[in-house]
Design a protein around this ligand. Sequence first.
Ligand code: MG
Length: 368
Amino acid sequence: MKITQITVFHVDLPLEHPYWLSGGRLKFEVLDATLVKIDTDTGITGWGEGTPWGHTYVPAHGPGIRAGIETMAKFVTGLDPRKVLDVERAMDLALPGHLYAKSPIDMACWDIAGQAAGMPIADLMGGGSRTPRPIAASVGAKDIAETRAVIDRYRQRGYVAHSVKIGGDVTRDIARIRDVEAMRKPGEIVLYDVNRGWTRQQALRVMSATQDLQIMFEQPCETLDDIAAIAGKHAAPVSVDEALVTLQDATRIARDGLAEVFGIKLNRVGGLTKAARMRDVALAHGIDMFVMATGGSVLADTEALHLAATIPDANCHAVWACQDMITTDIAGGRGPRNTDGHLHLPEAPGLGVHPDEDALGDPVAVYR
Ligand code: MG
């Protein structure tokens, strides 16, 4: 089997509500999505998606994905898409780094490999759990009233997990955390996601002021060096998200005990092939996981769900459904959707959902 054509689409995905990170420092209103269709000489077609969370969140840029694909396309066409390691090495040789530009091609290759094998991607990766994965709501808010309103909105949709975005102001963060904990229901999963919004002293002040609450923080500071510097000075479990980009990051975090949880975002780390290695490092070191697309449509959510299904149930805390935050649906309601706050793994071979090509507009590039 050979890749014969790569077709690239650019779609803007508007957010239903303006979204704030780092205590209001970063605002998001629309996501720049790149959809990739890979055709093969056998007639099997695969789809991939790369949707960074804007261009201020992490070093990933929507137009950069399309530029990266332009550079890599001639190295990838002609390869067998089922041999995902061959495709990965060709992309890494053609364009070192730029992992976020590679994830849509990797995803489309896994989709083709699954269809060719007659298996969902998770099963092709070695076996997928059918336990529905809880969806973590993304509670991007600035104050107590707004936080309560957003959590209530997601509870009405059945959500039992919430990633509450904090950071930027110690006093306000402590007040918001105490308010959420006071309204937290039994069995609800709550993660306090700082999105790099604290300096070291701010992190230690909030962590010590809330140590009676048994709560977990994600990405409290900007870098792994910052997180390492405070690691011995607080008792709270930490998830590392934005600073987990490469396999070398994963091994450092595991070896040095910098975090108890990995937040794996597939676009950021370069797709399923690279993320699967992080999963194995995590499992070998007693590290649990959240798995998410970085952003995007139901396609990106489904890719994350396949990886989540390859993690033992007890070690996978939640996934994410960005689809519930955007106002356009490129797949006409198909694919895994929120069911009582959970996503169910699709049983169709490959990814299990493709977009309506008519909904994507004209392609912005075609490579043969
Ligand atoms: Mg996060």
